[in-house]
Design a protein around this ligand. Structure first.
Ligand SMILES: N[C@@H](CCC(=O)N[C@@H](CS)C(=O)NCC(=O)O)C(=O)O
Length: 214
């Protein structure tokens, strides 16, 4: 994939249909009514900076607009907001001023990052046992237990007039992805499952279902 000489009249999202971070961006684009071209990163093990829109971290998603490249999901969502003309009221992480919802956001993002490490280790042929692997699993299970216990109270802290929140979109993508990548059976997590069933009814979620790109 080349990053030069492309038509940037509308944004280009570089990502994968199987990626939870990418799905956050895609749900935001749908909620905000922003059209984009989706460029699929075929090889997640590629060491080629160009494949990641110039992101030195070699991570997706990346959004390319006429104003530049935007690295990281939160940056991508903020730039999508700037491209949007609809009146959606977005609740961002910095709007979470109560400890429960702020901690929920932190732990959702950390669980997503931990899951990436677990999945990349699997994909890249890394160790599937050992002290680090065991600690990652323990951390994952601890965080999931905390999310399960606190999700309802934390979401109750959110202002009701929001159209969409980064917290809910990221939580939804995390829980659905754990199941999709068979990292964890999420069915015993009743509160998280109930949240996903409710939130997943949005058109933005239905039209971005996880799948492996072919
Ligand atoms: N901080 C980044 C993390 C993105 C991330 O970890 N993306 C995963 C895909 S879901 C990735 O690029 N994995 C490839 C790798 O870790 O090498 C963000 O917020 O977007």
């Amino acid at each position: 994939m080349t990053v030069a000489n492309e038509d940037l009249t509308r944004p280009i999202l570089i990502g994968r249909s199987s990626s939870h971070f990418t799905r956050i961006a895609r749900i935001f684009a749908a909620e905000l009514g922003v059209a984009y071209d989706f460029h699929i990163l075929r090889d997640i093990m590629s060491p080629n900076l160009q494949d990641y829109g110039g992101n030195p971290a070699l991570k997706i998603p990346v959004l390319r607009t006429a104003r530049g490249s935007w690295f990281g999901t939160l940056n991508v969502c903020r730039e999508l907001r700037r491209h949007s003309t609809n009146k959606a009221r977005v609740l961002w992480p910095e709007d979470l001023t109560e400890s429960l919802s702020a901690n929920l956001q932190e732990l959702v993002l950390q669980t997503m990052a931990t899951e990436v490490t677990i999945v990349m280790s699997r994909v890249g042929g890394g160790a599937q046992s050992g002290a680090h692997h065991d600690k990652l699993r323990t951390s994952l299970l601890n965080m999931m237990a905390w999310l399960e216990q606190n999700v309802d109270a934390a979401l109750a802290e959110l202002p009701s007039e929001r159209s969409v929140s980064f917290l809910e979109v990221s939580l939804y993508c995390l829980v659905m992805h754990l199941s999709f990548r068979e990292v964890l059976d999420t069915t015993p997590y009743a509160a998280l499952t109930a949240f996903c069933q409710r939130f997943g009814q949005r058109a933005s979620c239905v039209e971005t279902t996880f799948r492996f790109d072919t």
